[in-house]
Design a binder for this molecule. Structure first.
Ligand SMILES: [Zn+2]
Length: 151
């Protein structure tokens, strides 16, 4: 685990003409998702058509960035050597509030404290030359007040 990913020289994402708005939003510290104009459902990864109803009419929307951990894995031996200095780290499937599931990295969390169902929020992070939508634990009201209940 490292404090900063700024100087990490890792391979970047494969950007396509379809995914440009997603990466542009990430650079503005926002999570963007496509929404189908016909059935109104959100989907991820970026596509030319809705995977639910096949409509080609879709619109990019700002997403809440909120989600929950659906599953996760602690990475000790990264698939690419450039990530080795960051290991161990947590890769998780995040079920977004809007519906789609996204694979990402959890940051700002102790590895042994990650739980399925844990609330997380997007935190777009500078990783070398790229800005990637990572996720961090979301503070819940119950967390903020725990320990203050003296009864
Ligand atoms: Zn649709």
């Amino acid at each position: 685990m490292i404090e900063s990913y700024d100087n990490l020289a890792v391979p970047g994402p494969t950007m396509t003409a379809i995914s440009v708005p997603f990466w542009a939003a990430a650079r503005d510290d926002e999570l963007a998702l496509q929404q189908c104009d016909a059935c109104r459902r959100f989907f991820f990864y970026p596509r030319e058509f809705c995977p639910h109803c096949w409509s080609e009419h879709t619109t990019w929307r700002r997403a809440s960035g909120e989600g929950v951990v659906k599953s996760f894995s602690v990475i000790h031996r990264p698939g690419h050597f450039a990530w080795a200095v960051a290991a161990p780290y947590v890769i998780a499937l995040i079920e977004l509030k809007e519906g789609p599931t996204m694979l990402s990295q959890l940051i700002g969390v102790a590895i042994d404290s990650v739980e399925v169902g844990q609330a997380v929020k997007a935190r777009c992070t500078q990783v070398g030359k790229h800005v990637l939508p990572f996720f961090e634990p979301q503070l819940r009201c119950a967390d903020a007040t725990s320990g203050s209940d003296a009864t």
